[in-house]
Design a protein. Structure first.
Length: 115
């Protein structure tokens, strides 16, 4: 299993970014995918999850209405569209998947929200 995130960077408050996570090594369309984030000095928290079949989505309360998770099963890629970004969204963002009862993570992509 390999997960490779991209798309992070420096953005001003109120701005937008789209993160991508390219997956390989498993049948991507069969698994729910999630985005997590970890801010400096804090634990990893769930941002959003998208199911494998009909693509139902679940978001952490603080991200509802600002973040959108989506997937392209033809490209084995999951996305996180982030808008109305706030300084407190600054974190390393990871995609994750549980395959055969084991959790896998990418290397993460840094998102910094600052003026």
């Amino acid at each position: 299993v390999q997960l490779v995130e991209s798309g992070g960077g420096l953005v001003q408050p109120g701005g937008s970014l789209r993160l991508s996570c390219a997956a390989s090594g498993f049948t991507f369309s069969s698994y729910a995918m999630s985005w997590y984030r970890q801010a400096p000095g804090k634990g990893r928290e769930l941002v959003a999850t998208i199911t494998s079949s009909i693509g139902s989505t679940v978001y952490a309360d603080s991200m509802k209405g600002r973040f959108t998770i989506s997937r392209d099963n033809a490209k084995n890629t999951v996305y996180l569209q982030m808008s109305s970004l706030k300084p407190e969204d600054t974190a390393v963002y990871y995609c994750g998947v549980a395959v055969r009862r084991r959790d896998y993570w990418g290397q993460g992509t840094q998102v910094t929200v600052s003026s």
